[in-house]
Design a protein around this ligand. Structure first.
Ligand SMILES: [Zn+2]
Length: 482
C-alpha cells in the first residue's frame, strides 16, 4: 500500500457572489482542480478549498436592491456557484461560505489573538473607499480620481476605526518576499509588490461602523470587521483552525488568485500571519483576466460568456481544455467562439479523438484477422516509443511543477503528434510482420496519454481507459460545424 505522508493544501480565492458566476470565475477553479488532481495522483493528502465571500457593503446593497435580506440573497447565489463547480468537475474538498457559524467563530478567535498581541488599536479613519473593491484607496493610487479597477469615484468616509499595525511587519514581510522567489508567481507580479513595499506601509483600517452585514468585533460589537480580513481567514476555517487538521495543512501550498487581489493576499494576509507568528503561504499563483473578443466582459457590451451555456453546448472537458491551453496561466487571455471551436476541432476532434479512434479500429481489425494472437494493451513498448514517452513525462512534470499548464498540455499533444507520425511511417496495415508490435506500441501510448490527461480532462481519460479495456466506443469529440 502507498503510504501517504505528504500534504498539499490548495485554495482558490473565494468569490464575491454579488452576481452570478461568469467565465472568469472558472479559470481559477479549473487551475486549482488540475493541481489538486495531479497531487492526489502522486499520493499527496490533498485539501482543496473554494467558496464564497458573502459579507460586505456591496452584498448588503445588492440584496436591498433585489428586495431580499442579505442571507437570502447569498443563499440563492451560492447555488449557482456550487452547481457550476459540479458540472465543471471541480474536485474541491470544501466549499466555504463566510456566513457559516464555524467561520464566524474562527474569525473572532483570530481577531482576539491579534488584539492580544497588541497589533490592533483604535483611531480615526478618513479616506476614500471603493465599494466594489471593498477597499480603501490613497489619492495617489487612483486614476483620474477613480478606482483603477472599477473606474468609479470612491466614496469619502470618515469614522472611528480599529487599525491593524501593518507597518510593524513591513520589514519582515519584505525580507520574506525577497528571500522566497516562489512566494508570488509570476515574478513580474512579485516585483510590483516589492516596488510598492519600498514605500512606508500605512496601518490598515480593519473595522466599519456603518456596515451591518459583517462579523462583529468580539471586543467591540458596535463595529463589524473589514470584509477583506473576514474573507482571508477562510483559509483557516477550511482546515479547522487551530486544531489538528490546521496543524497538518498549514501553511497553504498554493493560493490561486486573480491579479486584482495580490496586495490583499501577499501584504495584508502576510502581515496578519506574521502577527500571529505563523508561516506564510508557500506560493501565491496569480492569473490574469479573460476578455471576450478583446474587450472586458460587460452586460452593456453584450459580450458576457455564460459558462453554463458553454458547457451545455460543448461539454465539460472542452471548456476545461480551452481555458488551460489557450490562456497562459499567468497572463490575460481572450475568449471567442471562433477560437474555441478552432481549438476544439484541431486538438480534440482531429488530434486526440481521431488518434484514439484510429488505433482502436486497427486493433480490432487485427484481432478479428488473427485468431491466435491479439493486439492487447501490454505494459511494454519498443525502444523508440518508450523513449518518446519518457521524454514526455519528464517535460510534463517539469512544466507542471512550474504551473505552466498550457505547456504541460502542449507536451501531451506532442506525444499525440508523435503517434500520428509513427502510424504514417510504420503503416501497420501493410506490414504484416510488424503489425502486431506497432499496434501494441500505439495502445501503450494511448494508455499513457490517458494517464497524462487525468488531471486535465478527467472524464476523457476515463473514457479512453474504458475503451482500451473493452472496445471502441463513440467518438470522444464529434467534429463541429462541417
Ligand atoms: Zn474598485
Amino acid at each position: 500500500m502507498k503510504r501517504i505522508n505528504k500534504k498539499f493544501f490548495i485554495s482558490t480565492a473565494i468569490d464575491y457572489p454579488s452576481e452570478k458566476p461568469h467565465l472568469g470565475h472558472c479559470l481559477e477553479k479549473i487551475q486549482a482542480d488540475v493541481l489538486a488532481r495531479y497531487k492526489r495522483l502522486q499520493g499527496f493528502d490533498v485539501h482543496f478549498s473554494t467558496g464564497l465571500d458573502e459579507h460586505g457593503l456591496k452584498i448588503q446593497r445588492r440584496a436591498q436592491k433585489a428586495g431580499k435580506n442579505p442571507q437570502e440573497f447569498v443563499d440563492e447565489m451560492s447555488r449557482y456557484f456550487k452547481n457550476l463547480w459540479k458540472i465543471l468537475n471541480i474536485s474541491n474538498d470544501d466549499f466555504i461560505r463566510t456566513t457559516e457559524k464555524k467561520h464566524i467563530k474562527v474569525v473572532q478567535k483570530v481577531f482576539q489573538k491579534i488584539y492580544e498581541k497588541g497589533d490592533i488599536y483604535k483611531g480615526k479613519y478618513k479616506g476614500l473607499y471603493c465599494v466594489d473593491c471593498e477597499s480603501f484607496y490613497l489619492p495617489k493610487d487612483l486614476v483620474d480620481g477613480k478606482c483603477p479597477i472599477h473606474h468609479k469615484s470612491p466614496e469619502s468616509i470618515q469614522e472611528e476605526s480599529y487599525f491593524f499595525r501593518m507597518n510593524k511587519h513591513q520589514e519582515a514581510l519584505t525580507r520574506y518576499i525577497k528571500e522566497n522567489e516562489n512566494f508570488i508567481i509570476p515574478g513580474s507580479r512579485r516585483n510590483e509588490i516589492l516596488k510598492r513595499l519600498s514605500e512606508s506601509l500605512q496601518d490598515l483600517s480593519i473595522s466599519r461602523k456603518t456596515v451591518k452585514w459583517g462579523i462583529p468585533l468580539p471586543t467591540d460589537k458596535k463595529f463589524s470587521l473589514f470584509v477583506w480580513i473576514d474573507a482571508l481567514i477562510n483559509y483557516f476555517t477550511t482546515i479547522d483552525y487551530p486544531n489538528k487538521k490546521f496543524k497538518k495543512f498549514w501553511p497553504v501550498d498554493v493560493h490561486i488568485i486573480g491579479k486584482d487581489i495580490i496586495w490583499h493576499h501577499s501584504v495584508i494576509w502576510g502581515s496578519l500571519l506574521l502577527s500571529l507568528g505563523l508561516p506564510l503561504p508557500k506560493t501565491i499563483l496569480v492569473h490574469g483576466f479573460i476578455t471576450s473578443g478583446g474587450q472586458k466582459m460587460s452586460k452593456s457590451l453584450g459580450n458576457v460568456i455564460d459558462p453554463f451555456e458553454l458547457i451545455e453546448k460543448y461539454g465539460t472537458d472542452p471548456v476545461r481544455y480551452f481555458l488551460l491551453r489557450e490562456i497562459s496561466p499567468t497572463e490575460d487571455g481572450d475568449f471567442t467562439y471562433e477560437k474555441f471551436e478552432k481549438r476544439y476541432n484541431a486538438d480534440l476532434a482531429s488530434g486526440l479523438g481521431n488518434l484514439v479512434a484510429r488505433v482502436l479500429t486497427m486493433a480490432e481489425k487485427i484481432n478479428s484477422k488473427r485468431k491466435t494472437q491479439s493486439a492487447k494493451l501490454q505494459l511494454k513498448a519498443q525502444n523508440l516509443v518508450k523513449k518518446e514517452i519518457d521524454k514526455t513525462w519528464e517535460n510534463y512534470k517539469n512544466t507542471f511543477e512550474r504551473f505552466k499548464f498550457n505547456e504541460t498540455l502542449g507536451t501531451i499533444w506532442k506525444l499525440i503528434g508523435f503517434c500520428d507520425r509513427y502510424i504514417e511511417q510504420e503503416r501497420p496495415w501493410d506490414k504484416s510482420e510488424r503489425q502486431l508490435s506497432v499496434i501494441n506500441d500505439l495502445l501503450f501510448c494511448l494508455n499513457e496519454i490517458a494517464k497524462l490527461l487525468q488531471p486535465f480532462l478527467p472524464e476523457t481519460a476515463e473514457k479512453i481507459f474504458k475503451q482500451l479495456k473493452s472496445k471502441k466506443g463513440k467518438p470522444l469529440f464529434p467534429r463541429l460545424g462541417d
